[in-house]
Design a protein around this ligand. Sequence first.
Ligand code: NDP
Length: 340
Amino acid sequence: NKQVLFKDYVTGFPKESNMQLTTSTATLKLPQGSTGVLVKNLYLSCDPYTKIQITKPSSDTDPYTKTFTPGSPMTGFGVAKVLESGDANFKRGDLVWGITDWEEYSLINATESLFKIHNTDVPLSYYTGILGMPGLTAYVGFYEVCSPKKGETVYISAASGAVGQLVGQFAKLVGCYVVGSAGSKEKVDLLKNKFGFDEAFNYKEEPNLDAALKRYFPEGIDIYFENVGGKMLDAVLPNMKFCGRIAVCGMISQYNLEKPEGVHNLMFLLSREVRMQGFIVANYYHLYEKFLETVLLDIKKRKITYVEDVVEGIESAPSALIGLFTGRNVGKQVVVVSRE
Ligand code: NDP
């Protein structure tokens, strides 16, 4: 059973050497009387929040998720096939998605966090992205937090990623004017030509983010979907319209800093009566079925599309995870452990 273990806490930028590939020879059998499931992992998801789990817990941070213990396997979202089940809700052969370990086979005791996959006429890997946690994040953050209306102006940072590409497409379906930023020409082309954004720009090539935002939003921004934080947030705040909304989904530019950057323009929240609200997708799983039904239909009607960045083999997982923080991934980062 090949595994990726979490070796060491990280301060600053994560490194592959914080993880270790090993092979466990422990017997793979569901223990007598277990109410868990034994699964074969098929696809693993790389997600930015994992950085928070490999950072040493400290008293002046407020982690929104539990940190890992050195020596234990890395965990995260994945798609898996049930081999043995001690839980009456699952049987051999079922396909599931949810939290699993970074290894070929896993014993999962917390079966309450597993979702059974019923629709298999879409790529199974979609349950790590558009039909899984990142998809629900986009749905909750946009529809529940941003209260969008037709004709409004929407700006999305890290727009070509797992969450952002979907937010932009939702916003177009509502009838909004949508602009996204991303870190390469390839990503900007995807935003405009594949996901149907009205405009897109490479933030790395903009000497002045404020000027870039004024170019695309001469009248201001109604909705900002925040994935990045720091300087980007500071540039957005003075460009918000009166009664605008900011959904704080993530702040990836801050995750590897030992001290988060200061934000200077918060006064604009007051003067423009802007509502800024964070959210954690884990608190919205009650909306999953409704979300799934809507998005499956949109995929089938070809109203929504999705781009994945797929790497082969569990050995590739550490490097794929780290690539999220340099922007190497183009679309949702998925690791194939096994295709069946
Ligand atoms: P992505 O697929 O977008 O991958 C991360 C991307 O972030 C990179 O490709 C890169 O794109 C960009 N990035 C990395 N470092 C920086 C930086 N220093 N400054 C600016 N951009 C950077 O990830 P997800 O779509 O999965 O996640 C997007 C955001 O949503 C993250 O902040 C994540 O933490 C958050 N999130 C929040 C959830 C919640 O419950 N609130 C749930 C899931 C995700 P580029 O090339 O464009 O720079």
